[in-house]
Design a binder for this molecule. Structure first.
Ligand code: ADP
Length: 261
């Protein structure tokens, strides 16, 4: 079953929508599973948080780059490799994968699209639409909360990790590593809220990510079908978008994909 790639600006509400989508899909899977049978599909939610990836890996600011770090985006490449591995491990005809993240590089979305195609399973993109100003407010509120919780740590000290300490953001003491399997969540146990979801981006990291964001283009194969949810979409509108998504990936409109298509 398919891969759903979530995309959107930093702090635009992606994880919130990903969790709503996860709950919706679990409901639909339960509805198509005969009584006393195992779930027809397995459901997975994969994100930076489930993989223990800090927001700081996206920080290319020279002032946050320790001298000995290999290159400006080495840690981001490592993070993408971890996410790719996690998707690849579970993607199969019986698995629906929701990949929650910025997924802001079109070449990366293309790579994911090819991976789904190799598995003969469909992919779709769900864009979380949010104004830049609103997304910035969310990040600033997170920075303020983080500063209030740890008065000795200034927001700009949420620096990128060093090579010896890949997630050294100053947050480990308050966010211990997850004790359960970090890769997947199953249908009956939606992901628990995680304090790490609240991790802010440093202001320069956030601004650079907005600048680097590559909007999905529904005219390309890898960004289609493209679904969009905006911040103010009501629960009814959200469910209707999720229903259209389900139809394309698992319902009446789902088409078998051949690798050479
Ligand atoms: P991201 O995953 O993009 O960093 P989150 O989903 O964690 O963003 O959301 C950031 C904050 O905005 C959270 O406090 C969340 O509760 C709130 N939020 C997200 N989407 C909405 C929405 N559509 N309406 C109201 N609040 C939202």
């Amino acid at each position: 079953m398919p891969l759903i790639i979530i995309t959107g600006l930093p702090s635009s509400g992606k994880s919130t929508r990903a969790q709503q989508l996860h709950a919706y899909l679990a409901e639909r899977i339960a509805a198509v599973t005969p009584p006393n049978s195992p779930p027809k599909y397995r459901l997975h939610l994969i994100s930076d948080q489930t993989q223990g990836i800090s927001r700081a890996v996206y920080d290319l600011s020279p002032e946050h780059l320790p001298a000995h770090v290999r290159s400006a985006n080495a840690s981001e490449k490592d993070a993408r490799a971890a996410l790719y591995g996690a998707v690849k491990r579970v993607l199969s005809p019986r698995d629906i994968v929701v990949l929650d993240g910025m997924n802001y590089i079109k070449g990366w979305r293309y790579q994911l699209f090819c991976e789904a195609k190799n598995m003969s399973t469909p992919s779709a993109v769900l864009q979380i639409g949010c104004s830049v100003d609103r997304a910035r407010e969310v990040n600033e509120a997170r920075l303020a909360r983080r500063a209030a919780a740890a008065p000795t740590l200034s927001p700009t000290e949420t620096s990128r990790p060093t090579e010896n300490s890949p997630s050294s953001t100053g947050t480990e003491e308050t966010n211990p590593p997850p004790t359960q399997d970090p890769i997947t969540t199953d249908n009956n146990n939606p992901p628990p809220p995680d304090d790490n979801d609240d991790e802010p981006y440093s202001p320069s990291n956030w601004t650079n990510l907005v600048f680097r964001y590559e909007e999905p283009n529904p005219m390309t194969r890898w960004d289609s079908p493209l679904f969009t949810l905006i911040w103010d979409d009501s629960p009814a509108q959200t469910r209707s978008t999720f229903a259209a998504l389900w139809d394309v990936i698992a319902g009446a409109a789902a088409k078998p994909i051949r690798p050479n298509q």
